[in-house]
Design a protein around this ligand. Structure first.
Ligand code: FES
Ligand code: FES
Length: 200
């Protein structure tokens, strides 16, 4: 279903127009015999430049159907962002785009050119952890760690948005991030701690 959605986005314009159409090897147009299987459609590729954590990443030949998540992990080499469900359900892939949380498995890389992307690798200042990272460590808010980068990125935005007035409010505004290890009580404590630290 996710594939269909991605193709719908491509069809809706903007993306393909900026891309280069390259036929698949061996699929040059030919007179199709009646009843023959349809030839594969050409795929769109583009050279992208993504701004991630203040650094410009030149990514050559990115197919238009590639998600931001895959471009970050497979082409930019930024594997801190995790792939959980790959269909928008778990939040493991959460990054910030222009300061807003985005599930990077649900957006195409080509749609993010010119925007400012922040991943988990961009939070610490040298050896100094971001207050949210520090709070997650101090509150022991993770076990396997798969959900943790997404939880932390979501928490950074949650605090910035001012949605940390109570435990219930934190739970509500962090509800797009699932933890199969059920670390929720410690995650809520960590977000509350970090919110206080950020406001100081
Ligand atoms: S991997 Fe993106 S929401 Fe699960
Ligand atoms: S710490 Fe394991 S999924 Fe959250």
């Amino acid at each position: 279903m996710a594939q269909h959605r991605r193709r719908d986005v491509l069809k809706s314009g903007g993306v393909v127009a900026a891309a280069v159409m390259v036929p698949l090897a061996g699929t040059e147009p030919a007179a199709a015999a009646p009843g023959a299987p349809r030839a594969a459609q050409p795929r769109a590729v583009a050279d992208l430049t993504l701004s991630v954590n203040g650094t410009r990443h030149r990514l050559p030949g990115v197919e238009a159907r590639v998600t931001l998540l895959d471009a970050l992990r497979e082409q930019a080499g930024l594997t801190g962002t995790k792939k959980g469900c790959d269909r928008g359900e778990c939040g493991a892939c959460t990054v910030l785009v222009d300061g807003r949380r985005v599930k990077s498995c649900l957006t195409l890389a080509v749609m993010q050119e010119g925007r400012s992307i922040t991943t988990i690798e961009g939070l610490a200042q040298g050896a100094e952890l971001h207050p949210v990272q520090e709070a997650f460590v101090r509150r022991d808010a993770f076990q396997c760690g798969i959900c943790t980068p997404g939880q932390i990125m979501s928490a950074v935005a949650c605090i910035e948005e001012g949605h940390t007035g109570s435990e219930d409010e934190i739970r509500e505004w962090m509800s797009g991030n699932l933890c199969r290890c059920s670390c929720y009580p410690n995650i809520v404590d960590a977000v509350a701690d970090a919110a206080k630290a950020v406001r100081r």
